[in-house]
Design a protein around this ligand. Structure first.
Ligand SMILES: Cc1ncc(COP(=O)(O)OP(=O)(O)O)c(N)n1
Ligand SMILES: Cc1ncsc1CCOP(=O)(O)O
Ligand SMILES: [Mg+2]
Length: 209
């Protein structure tokens, strides 16, 4: 796994599908449906529509937090953090072939443990001030380098990523760049996604596509 990993946000509103499609046209490799609302019916409907869109564009589709929803819509996988299902629980529920990503914040030991327990990728961040999650713990490029030297699974970087700071993340070992604001707040989402994809193709060479 590598490339641009776009994450949806509740604030995108009713242009959700349209905006995600624009990102996919620009070459986003992975889409995460991240919706913190309690509206189960709408969440399922949106997730199903996004799943179909990702299939059309050969992109992976990941559900944030919710293993039940991931199974219900046959998503490619789920992303879990400290307040979500444990990795082992998610694996039991979704099976061997599901992609399970685990948030490790700024903690190498969590990443080593997740890798040992069968995570498909891990995520560190926030690397930079994030408009979406201003109070997220701050991760460093040094942590990324150290993790790169110890981990074989793909590493995702998240938090306040922009086209200006993305090259440092890639140069220090990130395989995937998870982005909300700098993609979905851009007036030309497709072009912005294309620019990210070009950067990741140039620099993330740790794994085959
Ligand atoms: C790719 C990716 N990385 C990190 C997160 C954050 O997960 P978590 O810590 O569970 O926080 P929420 O996103 O659930 O608020 C993520 N979602 N995706
Ligand atoms: C979910 C999450 N976890 C750490 S930072 C973040 C939000 C990233 O969004 P943005 O790209 O807007 O900083
Ligand atoms: Mg979570």
């Amino acid at each position: 796994m590598r490339g641009l990993y776009v994450i949806t946000d509740g604030s995108i509103g009713n242009e959700l599908l349209d905006k995600v499609e624009q990102a996919l046209r620009g070459g986003a490799a992975i889409v995460q449906y991240r919706d913190k609302s309690a509206d189960t019916a709408r969440r399922e409907q949106e997730a199903l529509a996004l799943q179909a869109l990702c299939r059309q564009h050969n992109a992976l589709f990941i559900i944030n937090d919710d293993v039940q929803l991931a199974k219900a819509v046959q998503a490619d996988g789920v992303h879990v953090g400290k307040d979500d299902a444990a990795l082992a629980t998610a694996r039991d529920y979704l099976g061997k072939s599901a992609i399970i990503g685990v948030s490790c914040y700024n903690r190498l030991e969590l990443a080593l443990q997740a890798a040992q327990q069968g995570a498909d990728y891990i995520a560190f961040g926030s690397f930079f001030p994030s408009p979406t999650k201003p109070h997220a713990p701050r991760a460093t490029l040094e942590l990324l380098r150290e993790a790169r030297s110890q981990l074989e699974i793909p590493i995702c970087a998240i938090g306040g990523i922009t086209l200006e700071n993305a090259p440092d993340l890639l140069a220090n070992g990130a395989d995937m760049l998870a982005v909300i604001t700098d993609i979905f707040n851009n007036p030309d989402i497709t072009r912005q996604a294309t620019l990210y994809q070009a950067l990741t193709r140039k620099q993330a060479k740790h794994y085959p596509a």
